[in-house]
Design a protein around this ligand. Sequence first.
Ligand code: ZN
Length: 296
Amino acid sequence: MHGNEPTGFEALLAFMAQGAPRNNWTLVPLVNPTGIDRFTRLTVDGVDLNRCARITGPEESDHLKSVLQRAPFELALNLHDQRSIFHPRGQSIPSTLSVLAPRALIQGKEFVPQRAKEWAGLLSQAVATLEPDWGYARFDDQYYPEAFGEWTQELGIPTVTVETGVSLGDYGRTNIARHLARALTVLDHTRKPLKEHAAGYEALNANESTGIDLLLESPSCQSFWRVVEEVQPELGYRWGIARYSPETSGSVVAYQRIFMESEAHLSLNARDFWTSSALYASASEGLRSFAVGLPR
Ligand SMILES: [Zn+2]
């Protein structure tokens, strides 16, 4: 759906490679091919497809709607990626998997369908069983009527929005793609999720957006940096770290902290953006080991 969020696509490929599932699945690995070509959230026409659930057009979202209206589905999963700024409340690690059972407005009543909460809890638990040390969170379930999750929920299909994220040392999200595929197989082998799974969903920490990937400290100062993957006109596709200036250092949660000499810190501070290759080539030993975990 969002062209710069490819982990769901990778997970679906891995899921297909695991062999024939028990149930019938309808997979739509690419909803936004023009955005994928450009690595942009929006389509080539500047449209956010996840804001088009209640309107006619563009053709990408019309097609998705026709697929969803075709059969009495037991479950719908909407796969997205989240940025590394998200972390579970109270934890200083990125959210590697956040789930959301979106709200539905049916017959004038707003609520979150129980079955959707059960599936969301089961999916989160299936990944957490494989990687207990990752961050798991629950997105806030404010009602966004133009989004697909809400619309699908109101079609009567239990729906879970899935947001995959980075884990420390794996900013390319290879591991979560693999584990999400294995979790889909757990869902495939589950006839019905349980009440306990809904309780597990509700017990997940809230997803918060105050995370900072890197705190650099030297005797004279400290600086905050966020990992960025982006496409810039002229500069093209790049990975790197961008300086971030929080209002107060207490308002952010840093995942990793590196101490360095003042002189090296000063030369890093001379720029607002470092590509991961430049970081890897020029920096101190601590930074080099950080850069190893970033795609180049
Ligand atoms: Zn998205």
